[in-house]
Write a protein that binds this ligand. Sequence first.
Ligand SMILES: Nc1nc2c(ncn2[C@@H]2O[C@H](COP(=O)(O)OP(=O)(O)OP(=O)(O)O)[C@@H](O)[C@H]2O)c(=O)[nH]1
Ligand SMILES: [Mg+2]
Length: 196
Amino acid sequence: MFDKAEFVISNTDYRKCPKPDRHEFAFIGRSNVGKSSLINMLTARKSLAKTSASPGKTQLINHFLIDESWYLVDLPGYGYAKTSKKNRSAWELMIQDYLINRENLQIVFVLIDSRLDPQRIDLEFIQWLGESNIPFALIFTKADKQSLNKGHQSIAKFKKTMKKTWEELPMMFFTSSATGFGKEEVSEYISHILES
Ligand SMILES: Nc1nc2c(ncn2[C@@H]2O[C@H](COP(=O)(O)OP(=O)(O)OP(=O)(O)O)[C@@H](O)[C@H]2O)c(=O)[nH]1
Ligand SMILES: [Mg+2]
């Protein structure tokens, strides 16, 4: 669906990112949840974004230009247990600055592992996005790792937990980068925003 994809630049500072003159979509979530893999799945490229079995692979703000007209952005994950406190606050500054100040950002996709019960760290991050008025959608990842039924159950649990504090629930998607499950839904959602 997205025919052309090329790496543009990596940054630690949103001010050095490409000129914010075109639409942009970013992917965030816990380390190892599958952000980089999802970017590869959406662009049908094996290793456009670098992935790894061990968490903490993506360390920078990575811009990819799609179809020569808009950006996908791969971000470093949060919640990496081995990270020092100093690294953690550096992450927060880099990512929060980027998310708050990047004026061409259309939506942040927050990735959630579909195998897990609602995690406090994800709920807190989502809370912060809400308080900061940053539009977001949720993507439940790794659908292939358990039965669809189990995945749907954990999505239902997540919804139930969110309903305690949120009046309205965000868009939600269910994907597998291993099988391509959910690819069309996410692609169409992005295309719809690009066309509007
Ligand atoms: N089976 C399966 N494995 C996946 C899926 N998505 C990601 N993985 C695996 O999960 C591991 C982490 O994937 P990444 O895409 O590197 O995760 P990330 O969120 O970018 O991680 P950081 O950059 O460290 O924050 C890799 O071993 C991937 O192959 C999926 O949908 N299904
Ligand atoms: Mg990554």
